[in-house]
Design a protein around this ligand. Structure first.
Ligand SMILES: NC(=O)c1ccc[n+]([C@@H]2O[C@H](COP(=O)([O-])OP(=O)(O)OC[C@H]3O[C@@H](n4cnc5c(N)ncnc54)[C@H](O)[C@@H]3O)[C@@H](O)[C@H]2O)c1
Length: 358
């Protein structure tokens, strides 16, 4: 997989031309783009364009079927290039479609959210949800090319930007204490500066700092994935906070953003770790306080979700039920990532019914 940083959005054409010998643009290049990215459509208009709604509830086999139908109708062949432009929903769907159409076509990802730039577009995991099971259908297949352009982040709603911060901090928390400290310091400042008071120089400096944090998160993830692409060992630590996060997402579809669920999941996993003696109360509390300082949720109560769930069952019961549907489950047990200290976590197999934080 080649990871490239592009200065301008239109640079992607140069990059794909460099990577693949494209001679007949429209015949060979297909683009799936997030329907919300209207102001960016023109950058891709010379190719075959399919717009999709980037909702978690659209990460389905039905969406994949639509893509297959479109590719067939437009004459996509084995050497075609399919580009996914969007956040994690689009990159997950594109990755799966490219891995399976004609047993694999060339895949380019252009992530447009902070979360997808530091995480979702890297590492080859792709897939869709099925029957309320999160990411249960999918493959691990790295894209040929990932093009990251931070220009896209300028239109990102604050809530979506913030959920990306949670996933970025997760990467730092599991592997690099220094990067974590840098991230918390940067975002504390970043969220306290009103954007209109940023001078052009300040703005540039802030942009550069943000870019270097994205690069750092990518580097850490690439290093972990490089050692263990198929998640037989070390890669599991990237799932820190995700056991609870995926459960929360499946209980509240389309209500909680992935990164928000991860932030709550990190806090829950830390509480679990403190209670079992994996880490000190002080270290655990420090991280939860950092998340709160950045206004990242650390409990469901902070999200004010309008409930559509079955009120006869407690949230704890629903989470426990959802964890039993987690793909990391093995019988009654699950591989759970415990927090030891900032920059260090450990993976242990635990009985789901013994998770105290439910
Ligand atoms: N494959 C992996 O390794 C991996 C890792 C982490 C998360 N994920 C998946 O990623 C998904 C979450 O992705 P996400 O958080 O990037 O968001 P998303 O794709 O759900 O997008 C969030 C919102 O932001 C909008 N948006 C995207 N880019 C924009 C831009 N530049 N300007 C304005 N609006 C924009 C979208 O239309 C959507 O409304 C989840 O499905 C999660 O499971 C996958």
């Amino acid at each position: 997989m080649k990871l490239i940083k592009a200065k301008n959005i239109s640079d992607y054409k140069k990059e794909i031309a460099k990577e693949f010998k494209i001679t007949e643009g429209k015949k060979e290049v297909f683009v799936i783009i997030d329907d919300n990215l209207k102001e960016y459509f023109h950058f891709f208009s010379e190719y075959n364009l399919l717009k999709i709604k980037a909702l978690e509830s659209n990460k389905t086999l039905a969406a994949i079927e639509k893509i297959y139908t479109w590719l067939l109708k437009k004459g996509a062949e084995r050497n075609s290039v399919l580009i996914g432009v969007g956040g994690g929903v689009v990159t997950d769907i594109t990755g799966y479609a490219t891995a399976t159409y004609m047993r694999g076509i060339r895949c380019v990802l252009i992530p447009t959210t902070l979360l997808s730039q530091c995480d979702a577009s890297i590492g080859g995991k792709n897939g869709v949800n099925f029957s309320r099971y999160k990411n249960i259908i999918g493959t691990i297949r790295e894209p040929q090319l990932v093009i990251v352009c931070t220009e896209f982040l300028k239109t990102l709603p604050q809530r979506v930007f913030k959920e990306g911060v949670a996933e970025m901090l997760k990467t730092f928390l599991i592997a690099n204490a220094q990067a974590y400290k840098k991230g918390v310091t940067f975002f504390s400042k970043y969220f306290s500066i009103p954007s209109e008071s940023l001078s052009p120089q300040n703005n540039k400096r802030t942009e550069n700092e943000l870019e270097s944090l994205i690069k750092l998160a990518q580097k850490i993830k690439l290093e972990i994935v490089g050692q263990d692409l198929y998640e037989k060992g070390r890669r599991k630590i990237l799932n820190f906070g995700h056991t609870y996060a995926h459960a929360i997402e499946s209980i509240f579809p389309n209500k909680v953003l992935h990164g928000e669920a991860v932030s709550i999941g990190i806090a829950m996993a830390i509480n679990e770790s403190v209670q079992r003696g994996y880490c000190s109360k002080k270290d655990g509390e420090k991280v939860i306080a950092d998340l709160r300082k950045l206004s990242l949720p650390t409990s469901l109560a902070e999200l004010e979700i309008e409930s559509t769930r079955d009120e006869s069952q407690s949230i704890a019961k629903l989470i426990a039920k959802a964890i039993k549907k987690d793909k990391k489950r093995v019988g009654e047990k699950i591989n759970f990532i415990f927090f030891k200290k900032i920059g260090e976590v450990v993976c242990e197999s635990v009985r789901i019914c013994e998770l105290k934080n439910l």
